[in-house]
Write a protein that binds this ligand. Sequence first.
Ligand code: FMN
Length: 332
Amino acid sequence: MNEVNIGNINLTDPVCLAPMAGFSSLPFRIMCKRFGSSYAPTELASARSVRFSGIDKSFRYMRIDPAREGISAIQLFGCEGEDFKAAILAIFEDPRLTGVSVIDINMGCPVPKVVKTHSGSFLMTDPCLAASIVSACKEAVRQAGRDTPVTVKTRIGFEASDKGCPELAKAVSEAGCDMLCVHGRTRPQMYSGEADLEAIALMREAVRPSGIPFFANGDITDGASAKHMLEVTGADGLMVGRAARGNPMVFEKILRELKGETYTPPTDKMRKELLMEELEGRLEYLPENIAVREMRSVMPFYVKGMDGAATLKTKLCRCNTVHEVREVLALE
Ligand SMILES: Cc1cc2nc3c(=O)[nH]c(=O)nc-3n(C[C@H](O)[C@H](O)[C@H](O)COP(=O)(O)O)c2cc1C
């Protein structure tokens, strides 16, 4: 893999954690970075809510820490350029968020609640609207006197029959977006079936004239699947989602295997310690009961495949305190 420039940002090994609502916590993103993820966007936050209700209401989705994350990226969803513009200017002005390195626009979310508002994957049906949103974001960046890159993450189509959405790719790249990432599934597929790499390749070709970097996403779990994705799609970089859940080491695995190096998987004890690291990281900004409750959907991924995993998962999902989690994991 070659290095990539997203606007003014240089990435040497362009493999990133894909944004995942409920999983892309700040401590998790920091761990992914340690194991090789170039950067990791936050989960999606509503541009309209940031515009009209202020930063505080959405802050929990946008929490960044440039000092520990390095490159930080906030993902916004919405359906109107003015909402994005106002949200971005508010983000730049907030002392907690002003250090953000990248603004990412969600054009792929398949959740009906989001699609109904003409946001997320709906934007694939209206490339003009999508382009106007990119232009508005770029305008906000210019107005703030910054050069923060604006990126887009989307899918291969809105309808089940779609085999790529090159019109959208072309529109957003011509509107000035600094990187496009495509997940190889259609909206109705959600996360089922296999990623369609040929459809991703079609969108890759559509942005080639603009010269912006293109990232591919879907079903990457190891060096072989990463290599296959790069070869078939001609992508410059990759995003990895589900394979990273409870498994931040997957970035080291992918990068080592791509370079033909051997990878030693972590022991169960190391994986349990990583679970605790994420939990304790969440305690830096959440009360204990909420941190543990929010980790209930995350913890099972850390113990997947261990001896007695089923029992461990059940017990972890009943925990209310950090002490209880430690006891279940039988850590000192
Ligand atoms: C639980 C979950 C939450 C997700 N949340 C987001 C999100 O907030 N923003 C986004 O762009 N994609 C989101 N995605 C999609 C992922 O970023 C990624 O595109 C998808 O999982 C396919 O990649 P994978 O096969 O490597 O998992 C989410 C996926 C999952 C499984």
